[in-house]
Design a protein around this ligand. Structure first.
Ligand code: Z5A
Length: 209
């Protein structure tokens, strides 16, 4: 069995079902008495949660794209220092809803900011540290948006148009293709129970066999 605590991130377009399937990951760990911490980005620490409110609040005057990018990394710097690294040091796994791959997907793909800007900030904020496993819940944009809309009110970034989310999805596909050892890609189109079953089998094989 794998001994070192793992940093696990969950990614996907809007409404892919990350929050729903996060419980499957947590139940898998709990059933094996593996201690873990659940967290999210933007957020996951006191100051990062305050920045999250700034980032996601609907606004008639949205922040500039660069401001949004810098705030994502400001939140991340606090989150890593206050929550993620202490948990791993205590021997807890960390299960995190979104991380830097989301910045490449949303600010890089969606907003079309230069990848070089994101790489510079990544080198500053977490030069040698990153996820051990990233689970990408892949779903066609129309399906994800329909689910998110059905669930209720959309936040500022969730209110972007379909083309934005197509660019986000394309970025995730490119990232998964360039790091196949880190990425686990799950088809999130079937019903939630079927997605859970396939996720459970894939993660059990990856971590515990
Ligand atoms: N963001 C960014 O731009 N840059 C960054 O660096 C970071 C983040 C870190 C965070 O918002 C926003 O920040 C996010 C990206 C941006 N914005 N967008 N878009 P968030 O945390 O509030 O939202 P989210 O991360 O997008 O998650 P979500 O909207 O909660 O989606 P989800 O977790 O993938 O889906 P869900 O809540 O599990 O499911 C959505 C609904 O579908 C719900 O009613 C479920 O019951 C239903 N569902 C789930 N699975 C299924 C299946 N398989 N079939 C049918 N229905 C399903």
């Amino acid at each position: 069995m794998m001994q070192k605590p793992q940093f696990v991130t969950l990614e996907g377009v809007e409404g892919a079902g990350k929050s729903t399937q996060k419980q499957v990951v947590c139940e898998l760990l709990a059933s094996r008495d593996i201690p873990f911490v659940e967290t999210r980005e933007p957020g996951g620490s006191l100051h990062a949660e305050q920045i999250r409110e700034l980032l996601l609040a609907p606004s008639e005057t949205p922040p500039s794209d660069l401001c949004e990018l810098l705030l994502m990394f400001a939140a991340r710097a606090d989150h890593i220092e206050q929550t993620v690294q202490p948990a791993l040091a205590r021997g807890h796994w960390v299960i995190c809803d979104r991380f830097t791959d989301a910045t490449y997907a949303y600010q890089g793909g969606g907003r079309a900011l230069p990848a070089a800007w994101i790489e510079t900030l990544e080198r500053l904020v977490h030069p040698t540290f990153g996820p051990d496993t990233t689970i990408l819940f892949d779903v066609p944009v129309d399906v994800g948006l329909a689910r998110a809309t059905q669930r209720g009110t959309l936040d500022r970034i969730e209110s972007e148009d379909r083309a934005f989310f197509e660019r986000v999805r394309a970025s995730y596909h490119a990232q998964a293709a360039s790091e196949p050892a880190r990425y686990v890609v799950v088809d999130a189109t079937p019903n939630a129970d079927d997605v859970s079953q396939s996720l459970r089998e894939t993660l059990t094989a990856r971590w515990f066999s």
